[in-house]
Design a protein around this ligand. Structure first.
Ligand SMILES: Nc1ncnc2c1ncn2[C@@H]1O[C@H](COP(=O)(O)OP(=O)(O)OP(=O)(O)O)[C@@H](O)[C@H]1O
Length: 285
């Protein structure tokens, strides 16, 4: 299977500051990749490079195209949501749908109207009359209704209430199963998206510190619920993190120590957010 996105030795400098450091990654078609990292890690910078919005050093190809050189061509097959939804304030929702229909050959107006009908947004509203969350809902409705090969979502649900966030991810996954799409998504609310991801990429200080598919991740790391009596034995095996819950300890280990650890308690699959914390700490030590 050929990769939809290929980055080799990708670097991005803002003046003296290096925001992306030798990024090497390939993303296959049909993947749902969570790009996870702390504030200022370089996630948006990487997505901007993918969208052709930021020139970088190194090799980058998206759908076989250099995004910065042939942005217009690429935009036919990519849809994106930035963390700040930018829509003109004066435009009416109805006009926005007219406009999108004219400029985007793959836009399904009916689908957008169905999404919008589930919100408080009315076709007669002007963008300036909408709350922040409603603008985000409108933006999502439009983007989700464009049949694109690659969907790039930068904090897509920022400012949205929990009901809409859940609905958005349910729609996203339904849509994913009906169309062959590739999705790259960033969010700080990792627990809300981990069930839809096929792969995770952890990024820190401009560098990729982990790139793994979900199955390997759960093979490589595991958690054990350790009773107080076995605390010292388990600590001797050097867990990456330890959380105390009532009179037990939840310890996260690398798979190498599995044989010794699993006799000490119940083994469970760690959440992506717990793994993220552990790997960030491990990397810092
Ligand atoms: N236009 C710019 N000029 C100078 N520095 C920038 C610019 N854009 C981003 N940076 C710097 O690059 C680094 C990465 O920023 P980026 O926005 O990619 O982070 P992020 O991982 O998306 O963070 P967050 O989760 O906070 O949105 C930060 O240190 C930021 O200050």
């Amino acid at each position: 299977m050929s990769a939809l996105l290929k980055a080799h030795h990708l670097n991005k400098n803002y003046g003296q500051f290096q925001a992306l450091k030798d990024i090497n990654i390939e993303i296959e078609r049909g993947k749902v990749v969570g790009l996870i990292g702390p504030n200022g890690a370089g996630k948006t910078t990487f997505l901007k490079a993918v969208l052709g919005l930021a020139p970088c050093d190194g090799d980058l190809s998206v759908l076989g195209i250099d995004p910065f050189k042939k942005r217009a061509e690429l935009m036919k097959d990519i849809c994106f949501i930035a963390d700040v939804a930018v829509l003109p304030k004066w435009i009416q929702v109805r006009q926005l749908l007219d406009y999108t229909e004219q400029v985007h050959p793959n836009f399904n107006r009916r689908k957008a109207e169905t999404f919008i009908a589930k919100t408080k947004v009315k076709p007669s509203h002007k963008v300036k009359q909408l709350s922040k969350g409603m603008v985000a809902q409108l933006h999502l409705a439009i983007v989700m209704s464009i049949d694109a090969q690659l969907l790039v979502l930068d904090e897509p649900t920022l400012g949205l209430d929990i009901l809409f966030r859940k609905e958005f991810y349910d729609n996203l996954i339904n849509d994913y199963f009906t169309h062959e799409r590739t999705i790259i998504i960033t969010t700080h609310q990792v627990e809300e998206i981990e069930h839809i991801l096929t792969d995770v990429v952890f990024i820190k200080d401009g560098e990729i510190v982990l790139n793994s598919d979900m199955d390997s991740l759960t093979r490589d790391y595991f958690e054990v619920m350790v009773h107080q009596n076995d605390y010292d034995k388990a600590m001797a095996l050097k867990p990456l993190t330890v959380k105390k819950v009532f009179n037990r300890y939840i310890m996260l280990f690398k798979a190498a120590s599995r044989d010794q650890v699993e006799i000490l308690g119940e083994v469970q699959r760690p959440s992506v957010s717990d793994l993220f914390v552990a790997i960030m700490k491990e990397d810092a030590s």
